[in-house]
Design a binder for this molecule. Structure first.
Ligand code: SAM
Length: 163
């Protein structure tokens, strides 16, 4: 069972050897997964609340999906979901940040886009109280157009994960 499976990138590999189910919050990503990876069992659902009445030998939550839950109650709910879908002695595999990214200076790079090279600046912010690490990305496209976004990820320290 892969929670927060997105477009099914990892599920496609796992499903070659195992009976797998993927769950993601965003119907658009699930629709895309159905189109590009037909045959995979991918459903729309929220890892805080979904109940599939399936019990698996392994539960995964990869690619930082857990880091998009910010408060402790939501995180506890997700762990309850993982437990509810796990057989005794099941394996839980998480890929989630356990330390913030803190950089004294923004990282700068030039990346290729269909419209030509874009200059990218990446900056990080760390809020110790909320344990949220925010990545700010600013891209200046060849046309001069500026595109910005930010990604907020909740850091779970190792002791919290043990809990
Ligand atoms: C960075 S993507 C990773 C996707 C996939 N695991 C991968 O590695 O390619 C994070 C995913 O978490 C999903 N997500 C966020 N909150 C969720 C929730 N409460 N329940 C289920 N999926 C969630 C998002 O829709 C998104 O697809």
């Amino acid at each position: 069972m892969d929670f927060g499976c997105g477009t099914g990138r990892d599920l496609e590999i796992l499903a070659k050897r195992f009976d797998c189910v993927g769950v993601d919050l965003h119907p658009g990503l699930v629709d895309y997964a159905h189109r590009v990876r037909p045959g995979l069992d991918i459903r729309t659902g929220d890892m805080r609340t979904v109940r599939l009445r399936r019990h698996m030998d392994a539960v995964t939550c990869l690619g930082n999906s857990l880091a998009y839950l910010y408060d402790n109650d939501e995180i506890s709910q997700a762990f309850t979901t993982f437990a509810v879908h796990a057989r005794p002695d099941a394996l839980l595999v998480l890929c989630s940040p356990v330390a913030p990214v803190i950089r004294p200076e923004p990282a700068r790079a030039v990346v290729g886009t269909p419209e030509g090279p874009a200059r990218v600046t990446i900056d990080y912010e760390w809020d110790l109280r909320t344990q949220v690490n925010t990545m700010h990305r600013r891209r200046v496209l060849a046309s001069g157009v500026v595109a910005q976004d930010e990604i907020r990820r909740r850091v779970l320290f190792p002791r919290e994960l043990e809990h």
